[in-house]
Design a protein around this ligand. Structure first.
Ligand code: GDD
Ligand code: MN
Length: 391
């Protein structure tokens, strides 16, 4: 056996474009599927030879299965030159396996299918048709017309639906886009994933693709989830926990919580700058300049301070995409205008809470500041650091 034929494992995390592209790459993640892969590879190649002969590759990503799936797969490469094999010894997990596969894939269209024949290979033809019509993503769904599960217990159906409902509550704008977000059988255009950092956890790679990819047109194809004939499912309690952690991580990331916290910290540093300069300029023991003039200078310095930190830290990823001094000055001017608007809003809110609601003035001020921070953050994100990309 020729171990040199194994594909090296990428060490970076991005999906890039390929110098030597082909039409289609299908990833088959495996863990102890030795009894299934020959049958699967045979069926898939037969189907793909009909529609795209010699324009596809199949990539098995095996996590060092103890039934030596990778070895069996490597032997099959003699017979099936379109087959490539990756053996991972250090990393584990279904989603990362799929991503590693996509990273080494050459296809313009990337796909994934389970190795255990629970995903009927014929459905590939329907998925391919949808991609040909122009879909960015074609998902095989148990819940679309013609779809279903073969022989599931009530408990399993309940768990599956429960997981979907939970997803809908936490991530409605992601999970709600497809009828079967748990599907691990789909095709997606590589260009929709370029530049996206996929950081998957556990089992549900489609959730990550929907959440972080630039996916416009989605097509669905019904399929019946088959019973496993050989080997066994790898689903354990851990997968349910990972799924929930995955949803929460994606939620926080889509809300950009880290960014908001940075924005708040920068705001605090601005308060410090403002106070310091107010003291240095207006205090009788220092320069003793008139109060209003001092305050204007101090506030402007704080705004510049905040701008520089936000540009270099909070919104770094966005400002890197808009290089040049001119653009930076433009961002500074917009930032200034929005902050001024924020200041006026702050005064109005403070008066409102203090006079109309009769709140304690400091509490009223705190609430006003919190609200204005959200306003400032949101507007600056959308205007000062507006990126032209689809978000
Ligand atoms: N490389 C790798 N590493 N492959 C894995 C791992 C892993 O840690 N865990 C599972 N796999 C492979 C299996 O060998 C199989 O080919 C595929 O991933 C699916 O695993 P199963 O254990 O058979 O999952 P399932 O049938 O319960 O779950 C399927 O449920 C969905 C429907 O809700 C998922 O696999 C989805 O793809 C499927 O659509
Ligand atoms: Mn399975």
């Amino acid at each position: 056996m020729n171990l040199e034929k194994l594909i090296p494992i990428p060490t970076h995390n991005d999906i890039k474009s390929h110098d030597d592209p082909i039409l289609f790459s299908l990833i088959i993640p495996t863990y102890n599927e030795g009894k299934n892969i020959r049958n699967l590879i045979e069926q898939i190649t037969q189907l793909l030879e009909q529609i795209i002969p010699n324009e596809y590759e199949l990539i098995i990503v095996d996590d060092d299965s103890f039934d030596r799936t990778w070895e069996i797969a490597l032997e099959l490469t003699e017979e099936y030159p379109c087959l490539r094999v990756m053996r991972r010894e250090k990393e584990k997990g279904l989603s990362t396996a799929v991503i590693r596969g996509w990273q080494v894939a050459r296809g313009e269209i990337l796909g994934v299918i389970d190795a255990d024949l629970q995903h009927p290979p014929e459905t590939l033809l329907n998925l391919w048709k949808e991609i040909q019509k122009g879909a960015d993503l074609a998902v095989a769904s148990r819940n679309a017309e013609g779809g279903g599960v073969s022989d599931w217990s009530i408990l399993r159906r309940f768990l599956s639906r429960g997981a979907q409902t939970l997803g809908l509550v936490i991530l409605p704008e992601v999970i709600g886009r497809v009828s079967d977000p748990m599907s691990g059988y789909f095709l997606v255009r590589r260009r929709c994933l370029l530049g996206c950092r996929l950081s998957p956890l556990g089992y549900k790679i489609l959730v990550e693709v929907l959440g972080r990819g630039k996916i416009g047109w989605i097509a669905e194809v019904g399929y019946v989830f088959q019973e496993r004939q050989e080997g066994e499912s790898k689903v354990t309690k851990k997968q349910y926990i990972d799924y929930i952690r995955h949803l929460i991580r994606l939620r926080l990331s889509l809300w950009q919580i880290t960014r908001f916290i940075r924005f708040g910290l920068v705001g605090l540093s601005g308060v410090f700058v403002d106070m310091t300069f107010l003291y240095l300029l207006s205090d009788p023991t220092t320069l003793a300049l008139p109060l209003t003039r001092s305050k204007i200078i101090a506030a402007e310095l704080a705004i510049i301070n905040n701008f520089l930190w936000n540009d270099a830290w909070t919104f770094k990823d966005i400002s890197l995409k808009q290089p040049g001094k001119r653009k930076k000055i433009k961002r500074l001017i917009k930032f200034n205008i929005i902050c001024l608007g924020g200041l006026i809003l702050n005064v109005l809110l403070l008066n409102f809470f203090f006079n109309v609601f009769g709140l304690n003035r400091y509490i009223a001020n705190l609430i006003s500041i919190a609200l204005v921070t959200v306003w400032n953050y949101w507007l600056n994100l959308k205007l000062s650091w507006r990126s032209t990309e689809i978000s």
